[in-house]
Write a protein that binds this ligand. Structure first.
Ligand SMILES: NC(=O)c1ccc[n+]([C@@H]2O[C@H](COP(=O)([O-])OP(=O)(O)OC[C@H]3O[C@@H](n4cnc5c(N)ncnc54)[C@H](OP(=O)(O)O)[C@@H]3O)[C@@H](O)[C@H]2O)c1
Length: 246
């Protein structure tokens, strides 16, 4: 199938890594749907950039931590485009807080936004992908999640990202018979605009490659995972971290 007939839904696609993925796939001819929670202006700007590339674009306000809103998002995208071939679960906010200063709301928020939407959305897009015997689901963890180390300052976020790894492998096993791959990208430190430049600069000394990654480092590997050449890569965890956290 031509890329031009394919549809990608990218959560958190208005900003950061998700935005670069949206623009990269749009340039390859994919039809793009992005969702955002609060970044209306960034979403409209991204939509305009998608359309400048000659691709079809749709921007939907949706908090994917709400399972009913997630269902409505999938309904709207399928109504507009009749299909979803790739789901890229990019939305995944993060906060740093000492575990004993974490609030109950903050604790739940990390799981609600990083882990649960992967379940909500994957189960909704899977039937269409199965019917077409082709699909791609890409999730986001973090580069050191495989190490299962104690994390006094990013405890809930880290646990949610470990959960994403296990959920990804589970989905990969269940969907592989239907031509669907489910993989996880694990960034290290990527300059996505979500962390202050000064904070990122402090991390450079810990990164074997000696520099912070760009959002294009992530988008490139996703482009490949969406091709037929990547059909046998399933359940993989791919660190994109310049050697950090592995
Ligand atoms: N950047 C890094 O160095 C790094 C490192 C490790 C892992 N990651 C993971 O990589 C992914 C992308 O990172 P990023 O830095 O590009 O992210 P980001 O800039 O923090 O967030 C991208 C977008 O996600 C949206 N979002 C968050 N929660 C949402 C929800 N419940 N529903 C809908 N949209 C939601 C936000 O939209 P609004 O602005 O509208 O709220 C935001 O624009 C995330 O899963 C992140 O955890 C990133």
């Amino acid at each position: 199938m031509n890329a031009s007939e394919k549809v990608a839904l990218i959560t958190g696609g208005a900003r950061g890594i998700g935005q670069t993925i949206a623009l990269t796939l749009a340039a390859q001819g994919w039809s793009i749907a992005i969702c955002y929670r609060k970044s209306e202006k960034a979403a409209q700007e991204t939509l305009a950039l998608i359309q400048e590339k000659g691709a079809r674009g749709l921007a939907v306000q949706c908090d994917v931590s709400d399972h009913q809103a997630a269902a409505e998002l999938v309904r709207q995208v399928e109504q507009a485009y009749s299909r979803i071939d790739a789901l890229i679960n990019c939305a995944g906010p993060y906060h740093r807080v000492n575990l004993f200063e974490e609030t109950i709301a903050g604790w739940h928020e990390m799981f609600d936004h990083n882990l649960h939407p992967v379940f909500y959305l994957s189960r909704l897009v899977a039937p269409g992908m199965k019917a077409r015997q082709w699909g791609r689901i890409i999730n986001f963890s973090m580069a050191n999640a495989e190490q299962l180390v104690g994390q006094p300052f990013v405890t809930a976020y880290y646990l949610a990202k470990v959960g994403v790894l296990v959920l990804t492998r589970t989905l990969a096993k269940m969907l592989a018979p239907d031509g669907i791959t489910v993989n996880v990208i694990s960034p290290g430190f990527i300059d996505s605009g979500s962390l202050p430049a000064a904070e990122l600069a402090k991390m450079v000394k810990n990164i074997p490659a000696g520099y912070i990654g760009s959002t294009h480092d992530v988008a490139g590997i996703i482009s490949f995972l969406l091709t037929d050449d990547a059909r046998y890569i399933n359940g993989a965890n791919i660190p994109v971290s310049g050697g950090w956290g592995v």
